[in-house]
Design a protein around this ligand. Structure first.
Ligand SMILES: NC(=O)c1ccc[n+]([C@@H]2O[C@H](COP(=O)([O-])OP(=O)(O)OC[C@H]3O[C@@H](n4cnc5c(N)ncnc54)[C@H](O)[C@@H]3O)[C@@H](O)[C@H]2O)c1
Length: 279
């Protein structure tokens, strides 16, 4: 089975790595050549480390990496059986990509979005095959996290949902199904917590370190909410919170002004070297 991935950023890179490790042929596509190069270096760098640490044979490393192909032209995805779109969290951009994919892909190809919060039904409306459009929402980092949310839009068929679940299981992940409402389940609950942590910082109630320490030790979380926001990327965090705010029309999801300011300043977290912490 051939997997196509659109967008070679944080998520696209990790999902590509996960798929080749599980013996899938993968075509990774990005409009930005430097992102493709970075993705390739990230994956080969990791594999080299595993060889050095004797967790992987050199021959296996060669076999895994031979499954990955990088392509700058979206048309090269035409033979894929499943496509997972991982471009930024912007509805219009995603709809444009799905329109192009619909035009070039064979009948029956499943077109999935890794969106964290955007309506699958609306993304599907850009295609003539809404029954084959679905949300396959991997967590970050995709290779380490066990859960994947599966979200059907209004027209997605049961067959497409079951195929997506089987695919996710073949990657060693646990799928959970949810309805097509903003933020699905995970981000609907997680993002208000992150937003409240940012408000706590904004109001000077505690330092970033204290907020994270409180949540980590008090709730036995692996990392605090501000650390997690930096890992996700503050541009992604604000896009999800704004989607919840607009999607539900409820002021309880109002994004914290400090989050807006950080994003305006280009402090996007780990990926830009500065967010609530410096990297
Ligand atoms: N970062 C997270 O923690 C996380 C977790 C789960 C889901 N998601 C979702 O995954 C998606 C991607 O997030 P990310 O953090 O990987 O983003 P990112 O900014 O790291 O990467 C996005 C990539 O898409 C590329 N791109 C932009 N427009 C494109 C186009 N038209 N065609 C092809 N490539 C294009 C960019 O060059 C970039 O390489 C978003 O929908 C986000 O909500 C993110």
């Amino acid at each position: 089975m051939l997997i196509g991935i659109v967008g070679a950023g944080i998520m696209g890179t990790d999902i590509a790595h996960l798929a080749i490790e599980n013996n899938y042929d993968v075509i990774l596509h990005d409009i930005d050549e430097s992102q493709l190069k970075h993705a390739y270096e990230t994956i080969t760098g990791r594999l080299d480390r595993y060889v050095e640490e004797k967790r992987l044979e050199q021959s296996q490393r060669g076999k895994i990496i031979s499954l990955l192909k990088l392509h700058k032209n979206i048309k090269d995805l035409h033979k894929a059986d499943i496509i997972i779109e991982c471009i930024p969290e912007n509805l219009e951009c995603k709809k444009n990509v799905f329109k192009s994919l619909d035009a070039i892909c064979k009948a029956g190809t499943i077109l999935a979005s890794n969106t964290s919060s955007l309506p699958i039904t609306s993304i599907a409306s850009a295609t003539k095959r809404p029954e084959y459009v679905i949300g396959i929402h991997f967590m970050n980092p995709a290779r380490a996290m066990r859960l994947v949310e599966i979200v059907g839009g209004i027209a997605t068929t049961r067959e497409t949902i079951e195929s997506a679940k089987s695919f996710v299981k073949s990657l060693g992940k646990t799928p959970v199904e949810s309805k097509d409402y903003p933020g699905f389940v995970l981000n609907r609950i997680l993002m208000p917590m992150i937003n409240e942590a940012i408000f706590t910082l904004y109001e000077g109630a505690a330092s970033a370190e204290t907020i994270d320490k409180t949540m980590k030790l008090g709730l036995n979380l692996p990392m605090g909410p501000l650390q997690l926001a930096d890992l996700i990327g503050l541009d992604v965090v604000i896009a999800i919170i704004e989607e919840l705010y607009e999607g539900f029309g409820d002021p309880k999801y109002r994004p914290c002004p400090l989050l807006k300011k950080y994003v305006e300043a280009g402090y996007l977290g780990k990926k830009t070297g500065r967010g609530f912490y410096s990297y």
